[in-house]
Design a protein around this ligand. Structure first.
Ligand SMILES: Cc1ncc(COP(=O)(O)O)c(C=O)c1O
Length: 483
């Protein structure tokens, strides 16, 4: 297949280069990003004779092209990268991901993926047991957004199986935290329920959905309740909704209870922090992304369901070219439990990472980043240059850098102009982070709160020294933003 020895040699070099890149993951002398404008990138590639729209074959440029991609990549494995809810992918999982691609199969059927099928089945059982489900089924998929969508479809099929054949015009209501992930909005739109079906329930100061407000919302709507969705680790504030209390409300109204544990469910690996998931065992379904806190390379995502046959009942179409009923071991086929056809054998990636790290390794990852979060909070709480936005409970700390003229910060007393000024500071600081490649951290407004930074920990390579150094760097950028 590789027709020239030259191409094979280039591929060998590339493999070595990729391993080197992984090995240098915690090298602090590298910047987090070499940030360039789209025009700069185009000009660079043009000048190197590497067109962004390749036509003519250039096999001898393979290694060079890969090196250039790495040069321009955001180093998400860098100990000072905090921009997203994934970071510091475990190198075992990165290599395992290559293994998944190397066997280039589909996990839809046992005949195509005998071993990954068995791995996925045992992973589903083991993860469901960690949640506390006594009965279960589950499926892996390409991300939490899809898991959340599928969970709502399960809820509808459970409540109204006729919708599958006849369609559905019920005016459903889906109750979510006011701070739920935006995939919930996409889900109701995709299901044809309309955005009006989404009922955001108010949260307390820490960002947790309030059970009494949920009760009120259920009482106030003339829509048919379809599902209550609790979030374990909200995207911005990192709040864990009070799952046990939400489950109680769901049970008393006979409504499906889904937990979006995409970010937070991995705390189940930690003896110290698994209590944050108390109540999840009462859910009907749960979404869990090991590609976030457990550091498995993207994508690695699980949807767990308490009702053993419901995935199949909801999604199966029984395509006769694929799921032949008289085929060997067809009862092991998992492809009809999802809305996808081809599926990556991601179970292999999770299995291999878990094999190498064990429960203990996944647990240590969690404990380490909670320790970092606690260090950061102590530092910021005692530093007048900063103000924490909301009481933190997870590894997220949201904060403002406060200009000297506004210290100590009291939002209630700010003039409109001062508020606008504060709102404009985070984007300026962020630009400096990108220009120097010192760190990457996201910022956002929330409700009527001006832009603030969200600093969240996932990478086990990050240290308290990184935090201390970055606090000073952020302060320097803040002061420069006033010039
Ligand atoms: C709480 C929560 N749910 C769902 C998602 C979506 O997960 P994915 O990016 O795998 O689609 C995210 C992503 O950050 C999230 O934070």
């Amino acid at each position: 297949m590789f027709d020239t020895p030259q191409t094979m040699e280039q591929l060998r070099l590339v493999a070595g280069r990729l391993l080197e890149y992984l090995q240098s993951a915690d090298d602090r002398s590298c910047s987090v990003v070499d940030y360039r404008s789209p025009q700069d990138i185009e000009a660079l590639f043009e000048s190197m004779g590497l067109p962004l729209l390749p036509g003519q074959a250039q096999p001898a440029r393979l290694y060079e092209a890969v090196s250039q991609v790495l040069e321009l990549a955001v180093r998400t494995e860098h100990p000072r990268f905090f921009n997203q809810s994934f970071a510091g992918a475990d190198p075992v999982s990165v290599v395992a991901d290559w293994l998944v691609t190397t066997i280039n199969t589909t996990a839809a059927t046992y005949e195509m993926s005998p071993l990954p099928t068995l791995m996925e089945r045992s992973i589903v059982r083991a993860f469901a047991k960690k949640v506390g489900f006594t009965t279960c089924d589950g499926i892996m998929g390409p991300g939490g957004s899809l898991s959340n969508l599928m969970a709502l479809q399960l809820a509808r099929h459970h409540k109204k199986p006729s919708a599958r054949q006849a369609g559905d015009f019920t005016r459903w209501a889906v109750f979510i935290s006011a701070q739920a992930h935006y995939s919930m909005k996409k889900s109701v739109v995709l299901m044809g329920l309309g955005e009006d079906a989404l009922i955001p329930v108010p949260c307390d100061a820490a960002g947790q959905m309030m059970p009494d407000a949920l009760e009120r919302a259920l009482g106030n709507t003339d829509r048919e309740p379809l599902a209550i969705v609790g979030t374990a680790g909200t995207t911005v504030l990192g709040a864990f909704d009070p799952l046990a209390a939400l489950a109680k409300v769901a049970q008393s109204h006979d409504v499906w209870f889904h937990v979006d544990g995409c970010h937070g469910a991995s705390v189940l690996f930690s003896d110290r922090y698994r209590h944050l998931m108390d109540g999840a065992e009462q859910a009907d379904s749960l979404a869990w992304n090991p590609h976030k806190m457990s550091g498995v390379a993207q994508q690695c995502s699980l949807l767990l369901v308490k009702h053993p046959t419901l995935l199949q009942d909801t999604f199966a179409t029984g395509a006769s070219y694929l799921f032949q009923k008289d085929k060997l071991f067809t009862e092991y086929d998992s492809g009809d439990k999802t809305i996808l056809c081809g599926r990556r054998a991601d179970a292999l990636k999770l299995w291999l990472t878990w094999l190498v790290r064990g429960d203990e390794g996944f647990g240590m990852r969690i404990d380490h980043v909670f320790g970092l979060a606690s260090h950061l909070r102590h530092r910021l709480e005692s530093d007048p240059r900063f103000q924490i936005v909301a009481p933190p409970s997870f590894t997220h700390t949201c904060f403002w850098w406060v200009p000297p003229a506004l210290r100590p910060l009291d939002l209630a007393t700010l003039s409109d102009q001062e508020r606008l000024g504060l709102h404009g500071i985070a984007p300026k600081i962020k630009r400096q982070m990108q220009a120097e490649g010192s760190t990457m951290m996201s910022y956002q407004p929330l409700g009527d709160l001006p832009n603030f930074f969200r600093w969240l920990f996932i990478n086990p390579a990050t240290t308290t020294e990184d935090i201390d150094a970055l606090i000073e760097i952020i302060d320097r950028y803040g002061m420069q933003s006033l010039d």
